[in-house]
Ligand binder design. Structure first.
Ligand code: SAM
Ligand code: SF4
Length: 337
């Protein structure tokens, strides 16, 4: 049964009407990127955000400090491509020092890791996700509209050697695009201490999503099972992926089933956009701008109010894929993945 807003906030400042406690903040630090992935941004590009409209590192740090005081213990830095924002290692360093932050993760396309993986780790980044959707140079080029595959592959090896608590590889699985490479990715994880995550293709503005291109969890599982022996790992609360051990291997394989088996019922995530708006769900429009409040001199309790107002409107769950495409939303690159 849904809680009243007052009952929810009494349970914990970041509990919503449906009793879900929010302990995980995902921060987009930029909408810019040095790749142009088809599934993430439209071919014609997007209207870039002006520099002055982005949250500064000091503003981001303040939001994290306030939310850490209200129970957030995990932060993910994402974008756009977070590593194209100059000095990102300084933001990593300052968030890592905030009391209460136990896990600091980043999702990146891997293009800076060859040079920077160790610096990010040393600054306090604990977990890293690197996105790559194909091992085939021509296909990588088609998907990302760039030819940086070697840089990304080297970057992954540098991340594996940098001593992170976990290295995960994100693969958006799409029929007719990279569906024949699933077993290659599992082979890759078999000989490295990494987690490969196959993500169901999600619809966003301008990304040419169609039901026919969506490779579902069940279909992917059947393909992987043909070649590999994998065993399910018990799900932890609020976990978005279905995890499997690769029998006889070093790594693990996971499926992020947002489209066919959602994980809304115990979702613990809240998002902060690059322009400082709280988004209670990936698929909901931004609700409250904390940037404007901070720039108008608000105090920390009003920062907390902003996130509570946003969570107050969080829906119970997102609609299925075919209804999602009818909703207004931005491109993934603008929202922050
Ligand atoms: N630039 C970084 C990267 O590529 O990892 C971080 C931002 S990106 C938007 C975050 C994640 O969202 C990536 O793993 C990307 O593959 C994933 N993603 C983007 N568009 C998607 C879509 N339409 N469906 C599923 N995953 C998507
Ligand atoms: Fe850039 Fe990441 Fe989007 Fe690709 S998925 S265009 S790397 S933000």
């Amino acid at each position: 049964m849904a809680l009243s807003e007052q009952e929810a906030q009494k349970a914990s400042p970041l509990t919503d009407r449906f009793g879900r406690r929010h302990t995980y903040l995902r921060i987009s630090v930029t909408d810019r990127c040095n790749l142009r992935c088809q599934y993430c941004m439209p071919a014609e590009g997007i209207q870039w955000i002006e520099r002055k409209d982005l949250l500064s590192f000091e503003e981001i740090e303040r939001v994290v400090r306030v939310l850490a005081g209200a129970g957030v213990s995990k932060v993910r830095i994402t974008g756009g491509e977070p590593t194209v924002r100059r000095g990102i290692e300084n933001l990593i360093g300052s968030i890592a020092k905030i009391d209460g932050i136990k896990e600091l993760a980043m999702t990146t396309n891997g293009t800076t890791l060859r040079k920077m993986a160790q610096a990010y780790r040393d600054a306090g980044l604990t977990h890293i996700n690197v996105s790559i959707d194909s091992f085939k140079p021509e296909r990588f080029k088609e998907i990302t509209r760039t030819d940086k595959i070697d840089t990304v592959l080297e970057g992954i090896e540098c991340a594996v050697n940098a001593g992170f608590e976990s290295v995960k590889i994100n693969v958006v699985a799409m029929k007719g695009i990279n569906d024949d490479e699933l077993v290659d990715f599992v082979d890759f994880a078999k000989v490295r201490p990494i987690n490969v995550r196959f993500i169901e293709f999600m619809p966003f503005d301008g990304n040419e999503w169609s039901k026919d291109r969506m490779f579902t969890y069940r279909e992917m599982l059947a393909v992987v099972n043909q070649k590999h022996e994998i065993e399910p790992i018990e799900r932890r609360p609020s976990q978005v992926a279905k995890d499997f051990k690769i029998v006889g291997g070093l790594g693990t394989v996971s499926f992020v089933t947002s489209m066919t088996e959602d994980f809304c019922s115990d979702c613990n995530r809240i998002r902060l956009t690059a322009t400082g708006e709280f988004k209670p769900c990936l698929f909901m429009l931004p609700i409250v701008s904390v940037r404007d409040r901070m720039r108008n001199g608000c105090d920390d309790s009003q920062v907390l109010d902003a996130v509570q107002e946003s969570l107050g409107q969080k829906w119970k769950g997102h609609p299925g894929a075919e209804n999602l495409i009818k909703l207004k939303n931005a491109s993934m690159i603008q929202i922050g993945g």
